[in-house]
Design a protein around this ligand. Sequence first.
Ligand SMILES: Cc1cc2nc3c(=O)[nH]c(=O)nc-3n(C[C@H](O)[C@H](O)[C@H](O)COP(=O)(O)OP(=O)(O)OC[C@H]3O[C@@H](n4cnc5c(N)ncnc54)[C@H](O)[C@@H]3O)c2cc1C
Length: 442
Amino acid sequence: MQVIVVGAGIGGLVTALSLHEVGIAVQVYESVPEIRALGVGINLLPHAVLELDALGVLSELSANAVAPSKLTYFSKHGKEIWSEARGLSAGYRWPQLSIHRGQLQRILLAAVLDRLGPSCVHTGHHLVSAETLASGTGDAEVRARFRTPTGEETEVRGEVLVAADGIHSTVRAQAHPLEGMPIWNGALLWRGTVDHAALLDGRTMVWAGHPDQKFVAYPILDLPDGRQRINFIAEYRTQDRVLAEREDWNKPGNPADFIPRFADWVFDWCDVPGLLRAAPSTFVFPMVDRDPLEAWTDGRITLLGDAAHPMYPIGSNGASQAILDARTLAGCLRAHGGDVDAGVGLYEQLRRPVTAAIVHANRSLGPELPMKLVEERAPEGFSNIDEVITRAEIDAATEQYRRTAGFAVAALASGISALDAVGLDAAGLDAGVTDAIATVKP
Ligand SMILES: Cc1cc2nc3c(=O)[nH]c(=O)nc-3n(C[C@H](O)[C@H](O)[C@H](O)COP(=O)(O)OP(=O)(O)OC[C@H]3O[C@@H](n4cnc5c(N)ncnc54)[C@H](O)[C@@H]3O)c2cc1C
């Protein structure tokens, strides 16, 4: 079987590695002529790290990342609302990793080139169209057309096409021509990194504010001089802009547009405006997603990652869910052997409802709901948080989100990769969980 993967982002590269692992031939086609380390920080949740460990890249990722042990939520006055353990400290068998997106992509790309060979990734190949030939028959195939930077068109054929071409997916637009731009919720995010003294213990992610104005920061690298590279997001909702242009991950931000709004966010654990001013640059991005689709697969063409389920960057799920898609797809194609249509169908059946639920959960603020409640109930601040919100309210919101996103501690206890879980029936999974619970850290 020959699979065409479109897009060498996080989802496309993990798809290539996972298909190779189960003995399926893959060629990857990427639009940009050169893959550069773009983006800022990204978080990998423990269930995605389990998958990357299964792929044998965990030690290299860990050496280029920070594993947070705590997430602390603060009010807009810098007062702690609650803290929760993360990663190994929360009892997972795998850490959570905070890493520069470019580093993550570089490590995955190196593994792909090493394992699949240097000629399996075709940069400068922008997909323009794809179609299934002889759809519904056992010998159906896909024909994909790509344009190169010199304007030439090339045609490629394979048995399956996986569109991992991101939030502006050409394949999705071809199947849903009326869908148009992503949906914007009015929030703008300025993202950047800054080399800075550690905040708190250097292993804590901080979220401060409420859904209408928020500051998020977490370290992504320990620097040799004792400081850390800190990733930040400064965000606020606005009514005074129209999303006229297509958003771009690399659109530069203007400090005057957002730093003044944080002028009085000077806390004992962070001088927020000072940190923002120290950043060499920022990127501005609107908080966008798309409505979940009724179907991902058309003939032998299916969607994966942001192409399938773009979601708000709340709760650290964008990259993690793309990784889970990739692993599940490989497991489904392996489980169904020669029946490609059944394999792709099972992939969609397993992944589409789960990811649609996360898109909706993120629209309902996901784990940030308690921050909203605190702002509504105590906009002028509080002296005792227990008089504003109960621990039970916080736990209900956060645990529900972990379950929806598939990273409740118990769900990972089996240690079974999503790729291997496909072949197991419920009894097998239960046995795996029971065996593995004994090995979960206390
Ligand atoms: C340049 C860039 C920077 C990013 N920075 C961040 C960040 O800082 N923080 C964060 O949380 N998320 C960031 N993201 C998004 C994040 O990578 C995704 O949300 C998540 O990892 C899911 O990955 P994906 O593979 O589905 O999509 P992406 O990572 O977006 O990858 C899609 C890939 O498909 C390629 N592509 C697009 N159209 C075509 C086409 N027609 N033909 C061939 N190839 C095509 C793109 O060039 C890209 O390499 C960034 C994405 C990009 C592309």
